[in-house]
Ligand binder design. Sequence first.
Ligand code: MN
Ligand code: MN
Length: 249
Amino acid sequence: MFIHRPDPIHQVRVDTPDPIFAEKLLEQFGGATGELSAALTYFTQSFHCEDQGIRDMLQNIATEEFGHLEMVAMMVEQHTKRARQGAQEKAFNSTLFAMKGYGPHLVDSKGTTWDARYVNEGAHIVRDLRADIAAEAGALATYEALIRIAPDEGSREALRHLATREVAHARMFMKALESMNKLDDPLFGDLQPDDTVDVWFNLTMGPEADRRGPWNSEPEFHTRDLVSAAQRGGGAGAQAGVRHSPAKK
Ligand code: MN
Ligand code: MN
């Protein structure tokens, strides 16, 4: 069940109402990286998770994300209601709030309605936790953009808290993956990988073909140089199991 306490998880105090900034804030209310997307994603995922501890974590963080949704709603309300009534009325009338009224709406910063396709869930807890780390990175990037353009210290302070919590959540999801020895192992489920699981297919021509980093280097990864194999007329390519196009009929 949910219990309602009529005060936010962190204070929201907008100093300078700015309806144009409020429109940007909608990205975190009804947008893809927003708090509703996060809350519904973790909530839904929790019901296909066998591990009771990880299920509790997902439901707890989902509840916190609803608290964040409330904070964003309060910020949008304060920015727009006070703007409409004050010296920013003209700016207010240039935003989508002129049509829809003050306060939050389930749209993103461009007015596109929230979409259930923003919810990334399904099939396996490892797959879900990986998606969650990416989702937190998306939310953090949006908050960093909002902090850069925030018009007042009160808004910046609230946004700093919201951004910080996304960092904390990403760390928790990483720890959960680590507890399953899946932080640095993308394999899960029943797949028996073939012999390319440690192969770097080098498909680049020219000097850039030799660029190396830990992502394509020995001993973790062995290179199959497909471009030069093709250029050489197929000898090494055939060895590597490469089919040249057009395929012989
Ligand atoms: Mn959040
Ligand atoms: Mn989060």
